[in-house]
Design a binder for this molecule. Structure first.
Ligand SMILES: Nc1ncnc2c1ncn2[C@@H]1O[C@H](COP(=O)(O)OP(=O)(O)OP(=O)(O)O)[C@@H](O)[C@H]1O
Ligand SMILES: C[C@@](O)(CCO)CC(=O)[O-]
Ligand SMILES: [Mg+2]
Length: 430
């Protein structure tokens, strides 16, 4: 696909049950969101230059592709049938080489974002790959528990794989996309996006990038034995539960929160182990309920109980935040349903499983109360499609594919209306 511009998009996710315990190989349940990241890849005027324009996080960098230590990196890389193989862990020597290109990074966020990009670029591209401009925009809140890092990593892994023909371009529209269990192209994107997530936060379970790659809803379990793939069970008849998503807007870093739980685990293993076990059992119980042929009042009642228990266990692990507790208190007092934090916690988002019989007025009043606290509630839907590609097929698309236009789109609605995957058959799926 060299020579022409193209877009790649991947969804964010909501973890319904099992954040943090997923890192410790317990089962967890998550679903893709309708909010997504969009990456525009456009040929650079100077083919020696690789340009990153990530306006959502005020990031703008240019590297000369010949400055990447290609030979050093290749020494540590393994290939299978001509395709690079991801490793168990990040290769420290490669991280070290890439870090030498990042002296002028202004913040930890910029450093990890550039590291993630260059790690994927130096493995998936070659020195003679023509330089491109990479511009990402997201309709997801960033660093808020909805998998913005994973959707970014999936977009990058897919785009770089397409650019260098490591995978084929997709041909199937949303209406033709059929669920199938074997998909080597998606497996390749998933495996490399996990390497991107490792750059973002060290020890990811892989659940976020799996959902961003495959879409839909899954029960996911990391396998603790080395070199074993995670277990991903697609939940095809995911019940249509009403979910309210509320962002406290408190910034936090997934890396720090995952690190905090690891510390607790090493200090008090006998206390944290049963908590993590309980979370895993809870996700398994929820799976049984969510996959029953009929999902009625009884099932919703049990699921709400499990949501409340899961939140309590996450509090015990130290990953809540006073503002998340405020969302929970307001939600509980308004009797709209059951609320828990979602994602890494420490701020960011909470989900409320809304009761079927709650009136829309009560929901609106509760949303107004959240607003008074400075929180934002989202209207979004679950079970969205996974990673997708859009290429220019007419003269009209030229303006749409301009980096200048895309990078300056103002806000979520402008991005959705201009390039959104909803209601269009232009996007193609693997
Ligand atoms: N639109 C974007 N542009 C550039 N970088 C992004 C974008 N979205 C996410 N990122 C990267 O992901 C980081 C946030 O990832 P982090 O894992 O901390 O939170 P999250 O993925 O939103 O939440 P969680 O991991 O709990 O689901 C940002 O600091 C940035 O490095
Ligand atoms: C906190 C965590 O469980 C979910 C972050 O969305 C981390 C992970 O599973 O990689
Ligand atoms: Mg993340």
């Amino acid at each position: 696909m060299t020579g022409s511009s193209f877009f790649v998009s991947a969804p964010g996710k909501v973890i319904i049950f099992g954040e943090h315990s997923a890192v410790y190989s317990k089962p967890a349940i998550a679903a893709a969101l309708s909010l997504r990241a969009y990456l525009l890849v456009s040929p650079n005027e100077n083919i020696d230059e690789i340009t990153l324009k990530f306006p959502d996080i005020n990031l703008s960098y240019v590297w000369n592709k010949h400055d990447i230590p290609w030979e050093e990196i290749r020494k540590f890389q393994t290939f299978e049938k001509g395709r690079p193989l991801p490793t168990e862990e990040l290769v420290p020597e490669i991280v070290d080489k890439i870090t030498s290109l990042l002296d002028d990074c202004k913040s930890t966020t910029h450093f990890t974002t550039c590291l993630s990009f260059l790690y994927l670029y130096s493995h998936l591209c070659e020195e003679d790959t023509p330089g491109h401009v990479f511009c990402i925009r997201s309709t997801l809140p960033i660093g808020a528990g909805l998998g913005s890092s994973a959707s970014t990593g999936v977009c990058l892994a897919a785009a770089l794989s397409v650019l260098t023909k490591k995978i084929d371009t997709p041909t199937v529209t949303i209406n033709q996309k059929a669920a199938k269990d074997e998909n080597h192209q998606l497996d390749f994107i998933d495996a490399w996006s996990l390497m991107g997530e490792k750059c973002f936060h060290g020890n990811p379970s892989g659940i976020d990038n799996a959902v961003a790659t495959f879409g839909g809803a899954v029960m996911f379990q990391r396998v603790s034995a080395p070199a074993q793939p995670s277990i991903r069970t697609t939940m095809r008849n995911f019940p249509s539960i009403k979910l309210l998503l509320t962002n406290t807007k408190i910034p936090r870093s997934t890396a720090d929160l995952v690190g905090g739980v690891a510390k607790l685990n090493s200090l008090y293993p006998k206390i944290s182990s049963p908590i993590l076990d309980a979370m895993g059992n809870l996700a398994s119980e929820a799976y049984q309920i969510m996959t029953r042929p009929v999902f009625g009042d009884e099932e919703l009642k049990t699921l709400k109980e499990l949501v409340n228990i899961n939140h309590g266990l996450l509090v015990a692990l130290g990953v809540s935040h006073p503002t998340l507790e405020k969302v929970k208190i307001i939600g509980d007092l308004s009797k709209i349903g059951a609320t828990k934090l979602t994602g890494a916690g420490g701020g960011g988002c909470a989900i409320t499983l809304v009761d079927e019989n709650v009136s829309s007025e009560t929901i609106q009043t509760t949303i107004s109360e959240f607003k008074k606290e400075g929180f934002e509630s989202f209207d979004t839907s679950l079970g969205g499609k996974g990673v997708a590609l859009l290429s220019a097929d007419s003269e009209d698309d030229i303006k749409l594919f301009s980096v200048e236009n895309f990078s300056t789109l103002d806000g979520r609605a402008a991005i959705e209306n201009t390039i959104g995957t909803n209601g269009t058959t232009k996007w193609k799926y693997w």
